[in-house]
Design a protein around this ligand. Structure first.
Ligand SMILES: CC(C)(COP(=O)(O)OP(=O)(O)OC[C@H]1O[C@@H](n2cnc3c(N)ncnc32)[C@H](O)[C@@H]1OP(=O)(O)O)[C@@H](O)C(=O)NCCC(=O)NCCS
Length: 224
């Protein structure tokens, strides 16, 4: 990068979101969701959800630039108001499970890798706080979201209908790194929900992805 390039790079400040920032977090959530234009792909959050997180249920990391909040990511550990997070993962309340519970990047800053950085920050923070497992939900149709989670070590463990009947991958990873996946598995079209459900029901999981010819994501399911 040239010296001018460095000068043009925005200075980003990372800090925890406080109650005073909630309006900005909610506004960014609404703005990013509107640009995606598919309400079925992103769970709509109320302002009170973010207030509850900051008060005690978790924490939110924010990335700020000279114009304000550029991105945020939610780490939630009070899972009492979530739809059964434990059953499909074979875990219980004593197993140290926390959730990556939503994220948004200002649309003008999309494509700069901030989402992966927000995921990585929350994995490190969860480890520091003593959690042992993390999970997240993501719509199969929101490939930008789940491919970044998979690139940060999350695996597809279930395909569920959630949040009022919308399809969601349930993705999870241990906080510590897990063993590499087998390389002789199956590639599965994301649109083929039935096949993915069958493979997962036989004890397998989605461990990686690749872009198909037209750029759409295809899920890799290794052999157990
Ligand atoms: C999903 C999201 C967090 C990804 O954030 P991000 O930091 O931009 O992620 P990336 O940098 O990996 O970019 C993802 C892809 O967005 C696309 N993209 C980049 N710039 C874009 C733009 N200006 N317009 C449209 N798409 C763009 C690209 O396909 C990019 O991948 P590529 O650079 O490898 O081609 C962000 O798109 C977002 O805020 N979406 C709305 C909220 C949401 O879906 N949250 C997740 C579920 S809660």
């Amino acid at each position: 990068m040239t010296a001018l390039g460095y000068l043009q790079r925005p200075v980003l400040a990372w800090r925890e979101i406080t109650a005073a920032d909630i309006a900005a977090v909610h506004a960014l959530h609404l703005a990013a969701t509107e640009v995606v234009g598919r309400p079925d792909l992103i769970r709509p959050e109320s302002r009170s959800f973010f207030e509850k997180i900051v008060a005690a249920a978790g924490k939110i990391i924010g990335v700020f630039d000279e114009t304000g909040l550029r991105a945020y990511g939610v780490l939630q550990w009070d899972l009492s108001f979530e739809e059964d997070p434990y059953g499909p993962l074979g875990l219980g309340p004593g197993d140290g499970l926390a959730k990556l519970a939503g994220t948004a990047v200002r649309p003008s800053a999309w494509g700069q890798g901030l989402h992966r950085q927000l995921i990585a920050w929350r994995i490190i923070e969860a480890r520091r706080l003593g959690f042992r497992h993390l999970y997240a939900t993501s719509a199969p149709g929101n490939a930008r979201s789940w491919t970044n989670l998979m690139d940060e070590g999350f695996r597809v463990r279930a395909v569920k209908e959630q949040y009022g009947g919308h399809l969601r991958y349930l993705l999870a990873r241990p906080v510590d790194k897990q063993a590499d996946a087998d390389t002789n598995g199956d590639w599965c079209e994301v649109a083929d929900i039935g096949r993915q459900r069958d493979l997962i029901a036989s004890g397998r999981e989605g461990a990686a992805w690749r872009a198909g010819k037209d750029g759409h994501a295809i899920l890799y399911v290794p052999r157990p």
